[in-house]
Design a protein around this ligand. Structure first.
Ligand SMILES: Nc1ncnc2c1ncn2[C@@H]1O[C@H](COP(=O)(O)OP(=O)(O)OP(=O)(O)O)[C@@H](O)[C@H]1O
Ligand SMILES: *[C@@H]1O[C@H](CO)[C@@H](O)[C@H](O)[C@H]1NC(C)=O
Ligand SMILES: *[C@@H]1O[C@H](CO)[C@@H](O)[C@H](O)[C@H]1NC(C)=O
Ligand SMILES: *[C@@H]1O[C@H](CO)[C@@H](O)[C@H](O)[C@H]1NC(C)=O
Ligand SMILES: *[C@@H]1O[C@H](CO)[C@@H](O)[C@H](O)[C@H]1NC(C)=O
Ligand SMILES: *[C@@H]1O[C@H](CO)[C@@H](O)[C@H](O)[C@H]1NC(C)=O
Length: 911
């Protein structure tokens, strides 16, 4: 620490002499010694600093009457060197000002300098500050150490709070790290706190509230200050607030009491919510910046004298780019978000002025106008349930489960006319349990305090009974007719409760009667679903819990169904894991794909659930339905409907091994059409367009009637921004990859069209897309086939098992071959849409069965086909029909609206 330059060594003797002289001849004692140290440790010292002169006469030094140093003022003197370590023996020192030099080294402690008022160290090269630097500086008013970038990281010391006279603390760009200590209730005079350009983290301390701070500069912290700005509203002396370039969250607080505020810099944070009117009407406001946040609601309007930077719509989430009110429904949802502190996740997704435009957690009706479902389940939201939900009159399903919501459930929610499901389970709600109409499935378990103060009974009791009891006991006390009247009424109420409970039990029983659905075409029971349903409605841990429309199935149920994942139940193995056959207790067959977490990449639980929620809604008769999922530790299990005839690839390439007949041409065209329709549906999904990316015969599954369904869509592959999906995984299989996809990773629907073309070629030739057993020129099917097509040699390429004697068969094959060539065109834009392929194939299929109506319009394709729809139907019965979101597929709404017996009559979907 004491650092002596070589240059100074020659002075040692001289110094020693001088010190002895001063000590013996002067009354000032210590100060002389320290001052001579100061003079040697700094250079170049001013010319007046001669060793022969009294240090009280030196430039920049002030002494009191007893020749004690009271001030050291050496600003802008080009000084280098360091300060002597025992500077604090200048016990009368009031001012130390050495700003704008190049003084370096470790700062001396200033501990116990009880008279010290000012310390100005800005713009130097100090390297460290001792921990006891601020000890006992009871008169310190101003400290500044701004622009000392060479400082090793330090934290604002807690013991600064001893210096209760502090008026100004400035330490911008001084390498401070750590949090702001909560000591600001100790400085009644603190006006300036300037700590910009450091690496201070954490939240604004509570003790800022009620402080006298006027200048608050905390902008541009490297990692960023976080938390909310709420404390600002009680910092009533604020004049200049620089908080830009941090990571503050939450809403801008009410600043109506900060009447002196003229400069408010909040840009470059993560602020959300509406800009409060109190901010727009601040009387002294001159400058305000708000850009690069996630502020919501109407564009704020400031007075004419205010320079306001609000940012474009892209750098905030204002509903409109011009001032003016937002849509009423948008305002309602913002109020809802406000009750949970305007979470950033909502502000990022809830953009624009139309809540039905892909806002997360929101679903709308088929007209795309009215919100029918809000699903905030498991979002770690905290706050309260806004009564504004009651203004969403089309709301059918409201899931707020598994959050940290407090306070009561607003009574007004009972008036929602279309509500079918309200799930508030697993929160910290309290207060009265509202009574909802019979149609509403109301889940409120896991709220320890809920209903306690009303009924005094155990939490989670029947809403009806608990509430009736509570009300009546209250009114009993209010009756003035005396004890007898009270008893009579009490007995009456008791009887009413008993009757009510019995009625509920009766209803429940009635609902639980096994349901069977007649399949009119086959004239037999399609499936008994009571098994599924009892599991789903009964034990929450067993099955069901409808999260965003998906079904959680417990690992126990799956273990039972697959005989504990026994080897003999293995249906096949894919790149992602093993697929098992399973049978539920009621005999329904399922396929369980068991994959480990690695498959999902870094996808979190939430993301996985969100994805599943979407996929369970993606339903089409030519897509293998995802029935539910299960998470067990790191593994994820997906439950699909079972497809008894396995994959197209088995029937096309391995029919000898499986001892089955080769597929006829009719079957092949029909399979091609099914696949085409499934993929067309995926491509045309309204809310989130899906691109399969891995279409191939092993992902095409067959039912007992040899009708096909596409499997393996969406999961791991669906991204909102499919064009840049390369980041997640290069999906696809060699032989089926479109050239532009293989080369650049750019994904469009034309990638699927290409793969579909390859599948068509496989159907025609019975050959695999890539066959290493063949010579190079033949091994790549597309190249070989297209060459055959050009040389009009297609007949040679046709699968030998196909019977081409019938003239129209050959004609049909040629048409499909032509389509296959078209689909595999080199440039994506040259390839047709899936819809075109469906039209071409549709004509060919019709030609085979001119008398039959397109059986595709029917529903009863096979027993197993009914399972997903039945699940839906059952849930609809249960009042949880939010699972089907009309906007996904019109056919779904027609399923819902028709009784089970009519289910098979709806029209063709995906058109
Ligand atoms: N729903 C189902 N019904 C009947 N069998 C199925 C079902 N799903 C998958 N299988 C069988 O399990 C096998 C493996 O399927 P999986 O989807 O895991 O792999 P893949 O499609 O062959 O390859 P990849 O994982 O690369 O897509 C299939 O080949 C098929 O035989
Ligand atoms: C400050 O004073 C206290 C009490 O007199 C003493 O214990 C401490 O050592 C002093 N600190 C310094 C750095 O002189
Ligand atoms: C002191 O700090 C300034 C500003 O960072 C820098 O330009 C200068 O080189 C430093 N001087 C020394 C001697 O380190
Ligand atoms: C800021 O501080 C945090 C720890 O508080 C540290 O992890 C981070 O690396 C620092 N950032 C910089 C740029 O120094
Ligand atoms: C503003 O001050 C008044 C009076 O002290 C107080 O009642 C009110 O709650 C304060 N407003 C805010 C937003 O803090
Ligand atoms: C307001 O901002 C402008 C430019 O951004 C600046 O020149 C002006 O000094 C600021 N006024 C106040 C009062 O801060």
């Amino acid at each position: 620490m004491t650092f002596h330059d070589v240059r100074h060594r020659h002075r040692y003797l001289h110094l020693l002499y001088l010190t002895i002289l001063l000590l013996t001849t002067s009354t000032t004692g210590d100060d002389a010694a320290v001052m001579s140290k100061l003079s040697t440790s700094l250079s170049p010292t001013p010319s007046s600093w001669s060793t022969n002169t009294d240090f009280c006469k030196w430039d920049g030094i002030t002494c009191d009457n007893s020749n004690r140093v009271t001030a050291i003022n050496l600003p802008s003197k080009s000084l280098t060197g360091s300060l002597p370590s025992d500077l604090n023996s200048l016990s009368q020192l009031k001012t130390l000002a050495v700003q704008r030099n190049s003084i370096g080294g470790v700062l001396p402690t200033l501990a116990n300098l009880t008279l010290l008022e000012q310390v100005i160290l800005d713009s130097n090269n100090f390297t460290a500050i001792p921990t006891d630097f601020f000890t006992g500086l009871t008169n310190l008013q101003s400290f500044s150490i701004t622009d000392n970038p060479d400082m090793s990281s330090w934290t604002i010391p807690e013991n600064l709070n001893q210096n209760t006279n502090l008026q100004s603390f400035q330490a911008g760009n001084a390498n401070i790290m750590g949090g702001i200590p909560d000591i600001f209730d100790k400085f009644p005079n603190l006006q300036n706190l300037r700590l910009s350009y450091n690496n201070i983290t954490g939240a604004l301390p509570v003790s800022f509230g009620g402080s006298q701070i006027r200048n608050l500069w905390l902008n541009n912290q490297k990692q960023g200050l976080s938390g909310t700005l709420d404390v600002l509203s009680s910092m009533t002396q604020l004049e200049q607030v620089w908080l830009q370039a941090n990571v503050f969250t939450g809403a801008i607080p009410d600043l109506s009491n900060c009447t002196g505020l003229f400069d408010l810099q909040l840009r470059d944070n993560q602020l959300t919510g509406l800009v409060p009117a109190s901010v727009m009407s601040l009387p002294k406001l001159v400058n305000v910046t708000l850009q690069n946040n996630r502020l919501q609601g109407p564009l704020p309007v400031f007075g004419s004298g205010v320079v306001a930077e609000l940012g474009s719509s892209s750098t905030n989430s204002f509903c409109l780019t011009t001032p003016g009110p937002c849509e009423p429904q948008v305002m309602v949802l913002l109020e809802v978000a406000g009750a949970i502190g305007y979470p950033l996740s909502l502000a990022q997704s809830w953009e624009g002025n139309d809540a039905c435009q892909k806002w997360s957690f929101i679903s709308c009706d088929s007209s795309g106008k009215y919100v029918t479902s809000v699903n905030f389940g498991k979002q770690k939201f905290s706050g309260t349930i806004s009564p504004a939900f009651a203004n969403l009159t089309s709301l059918r399903s409201l899931s707020l489960n598994d959050n940290n919501l407090v306070d009561s459930i607003p009574e007004v929610l009972t008036s929602l006319p279309n509500l079918q499901l309200l799930d508030v389970s697993n929160n910290n709600l309290s207060g009265k349990i509202p009574v909802f109409p019979e149609r509403v499935k109301f889940v409120h378990t896991g709220n320890v305090l809920l209903g306690q103060d009303v009924s005094g009974g155990p939490p989670g009791s029947e809403p009806g009974s608990g509430d009736t009891g509570g009300n009546s006991s209250g009114s009993t006390k209010g009756v003035s007719g005396g004890l007898i009247a009270g008893i009579v009424i009490g007995v009456l109420v008791f009887v009413v409760i008993i009757l009510f409970v019995c009625y509920k039990c009766y209803l429940k029983k009635k609902n639980q009667k096994p349901k069977t659905v007649q399949d009119p075409e086959k004239g037999k029971e399609a499936v008994k679903a009571s098994d599924l349903q009892s599991q789903s409605s009964g034990d929450q841990t067993e099955m069901s819990v409808f999260e965003g429309g998906s079904i959680v199935i417990s690992i126990q149920v799956l273990r039972e169904a697959t005989n504990n994942f026994s080897e003999e139940n293995v249906l096949g193995r894919g790149g992602f894991g093993v697929v098992y056959k399973g049978i539920l207790q009621n005999g329904t067959k399922i396929a369980v794909k068991r994959m480990d977490s690695g498959v999902m990449g870094t996808k979190g639980l939430k993301e996985f659930q969100a994805e599943i929620a979407v996929l369970t809604k993606v339903r089409h008769r030519h897509l293998v339905a995802l029935l539910g999922y299960c998470m067990n530790g790191n593994e994820r299990l997906l439950v699909y409907e079972y497809m008894p005839q396995g994959t197209l690839s088995q029937h096309l390439f391995e029919w000898r091994e499986h001892k089955t007949n080769p597929l006829s041409w009719k079957q092949r065209v029909s399979i091609a059409l099914d696949v085409g329709r499934g993929v067309e549906y995926l491509h045309s999904l309204a809310q989130q367009s899906f691109i399969h990316r891995d279409l191939k015969p092993s992902n095409i599954l067959l039912g007992d009637d040899m009708r096909a369904k596409v499997a393996d869509f969406g999961l791991v592959k669906s991204t909102p921004d499919a064009k840049h999906s390369m980041e997640t995984r290069v999906a696809g299989t060699f032989g089926y990859l479109a050239p532009e996809y293989a080369a650049t990773g750019r994904v469009t629907t034309k990638v699927d069209v290409y793969a579909f073309g390859v599948v068509l070629m496989e159907l025609i030739t019975g050959r695999k897309a890539l066959d290493d057993t063949l010579t190079d020129e033949k091994s790549h099917l597309v190249t070989w086939f297209r060459r055959a097509l050009i040389s009009e040699n297609i007949v040679k390429a046709i699968d030998q098992t196909l019977d081409t004697d019938e003239e129209d068969t050959l004609e049909s094959i040629c048409k499909v071959a032509e389509l296959a060539g078209h689909c595999t065109a080199r440039e994506p834009y040259q390839r047709p849409d899936m819809g075109h392929a469906v039209n071409v194939l549709g004509l060919l299929v019709e030609q085979w069965k001119p008398s039959q109506p397109d059986e595709d319009d029917g529903y009863g394709i096979g027993d197993h086909m009914s399972v997903p729809q039945l699940l839906q139907q059952l849930q609809a019965d249960e009042g949880t029909s939010r699972m089907f979101d009309d906007s996904f597929d019109q056919t779904q709404s027609s399923i819902i609206s028709k009784p089970p017996g009519l289910v098979d009559t709806f029209g063709t979907s995906g058109r």
